[in-house]
Write a protein that binds this ligand. Sequence first.
Ligand SMILES: *[C@@H]1O[C@H](CO)[C@@H](O)[C@H](O)[C@H]1NC(C)=O
Ligand SMILES: *[C@@H]1O[C@H](CO)[C@@H](O)[C@H](O)[C@H]1NC(C)=O
Ligand SMILES: *[C@@H]1O[C@H](CO)[C@@H](O)[C@H](O)[C@H]1NC(C)=O
Ligand SMILES: *[C@@H]1O[C@H](CO)[C@@H](O)[C@H](O)[C@H]1NC(C)=O
Ligand SMILES: *[C@@H]1O[C@H](CO)[C@@H](O)[C@H](O)[C@H]1NC(C)=O
Length: 358
Amino acid sequence: MRLSRKRWTICTISILVIFYKTKEITRSEEHQEAQVTGDSELGTSRLMVNSSEKSSRSGVPSFFQHSVEGWRVNSSLVLMIRKDVLRFLDAERDVSVVKSSFKPGDTIHYVLDRRRTLNVSHTLHSLLPDVSPLKNKRFRTCAVVGNSGVLLNSGCGKEIDSHDFVIRCNLPPLSEFAEDVGLRSDFTTMNPSVIQRAYGGLKNATDTERFVQRLRGLNDSVLWIPAFMVKGGERHVESVNELIVKRKLRVRTAYPSLRLIHVVRGYWLTNKINIKRPSTGLLMYTLATRFCDEIHLYGFWPFPRDANGNMVKYHYYDMLKYRYFSNAGPHRMPLEFKTLKMLHSKGALKLTTSKCES
Ligand SMILES: *[C@@H]1O[C@H](CO)[C@@H](O)[C@H](O)[C@H]1NC(C)=O
Ligand SMILES: *[C@@H]1O[C@H](CO)[C@@H](O)[C@H](O)[C@H]1NC(C)=O
Ligand SMILES: *[C@@H]1O[C@H](CO)[C@@H](O)[C@H](O)[C@H]1NC(C)=O
Ligand SMILES: *[C@@H]1O[C@H](CO)[C@@H](O)[C@H](O)[C@H]1NC(C)=O
Ligand SMILES: *[C@@H]1O[C@H](CO)[C@@H](O)[C@H](O)[C@H]1NC(C)=O
């Protein structure tokens, strides 16, 4: 389906009620397919995107005319967005569950698969933070770094590292790409699937040591593991947790709250951005609005080609392919991107997709 044909539904309180009641993404999406009218108190639609803009399926969307020249932050808009976001989530708390929320042996229902459960092990419990890793944090500038191949040859490493707080997604390799992506990281996400894909499921000593070295490189920064989303990765999460304890690795583990993705989705829905499931990048931007006065995004480019028609890798560090426009996947990255680009043009965030000035 073309973006231009996407229907923009108006979010109502009732839809949110249905949404939170069923806590089932698929169910609630059926509801949203129905055209709903009547605006809600929350539906300020401040961020509404003009849905009649055209995009092309195969290449770079024609709406893409993106420039960082002359970009200036609009601080009052940043404050407004922060206030809006805080109506949906308490970013300080939702960024991680804490020790006092669970005891070993407790059962957790997976966020996106409520019938399946996970038992809180002693190891997991011992790694839950006592307080939110972002409690009382405030930064002047933050970088949220996506992993698109658009970063290759960007020379953005230095600029990225110069921010007060650097967020990275999915434990990406850094040192081999330092020129373009930088080295610094204060907050790193890691989906359980990365353990299988990039570290062979930690099945042999070589992969395990490589992984341990990677975690050592985090220097006591935050490692954020979405462990309660879907069943499937629990074995990997447990291996990682055990390694951290056994090797006494200095990382500050965090595990997103059980409601985080629902409330983030709710926030975007009331702004008429109907994303099926927010990508890690969008989750990080949304969380960052709480802590950062200026948010700079790098490595966000959900298209197979750049503005000049050259191929762009999905990840700067591997050969993975991604069908950005497929409806089968959980994410709507081109739609997210369009939204972020609009926020860029209003000065709410800065989206860099080109080379950085040296
Ligand atoms: C949306 O974009 C179309 C095409 O660019 C334009 O004709 C229309 O006036 C715009 N609508 C709004 C509400 O901005
Ligand atoms: C900043 O954003 C607000 C809210 O969108 C808007 O009213 C204001 O005109 C903007 N200020 C500048 C300097 O662009
Ligand atoms: C959780 O623990 C209970 C009782 O100890 C056990 O019956 C159940 O199979 C466990 N569930 C999982 C998913 O490990
Ligand atoms: C960890 O510390 C080393 C030495 O101070 C530094 O070179 C490296 O960039 C740091 N790593 C991260 C992820 O910040
Ligand atoms: C460990 O497993 C990886 C695949 O994940 C393989 O490439 C590597 O050769 C293995 N190393 C040893 C020492 O078996």
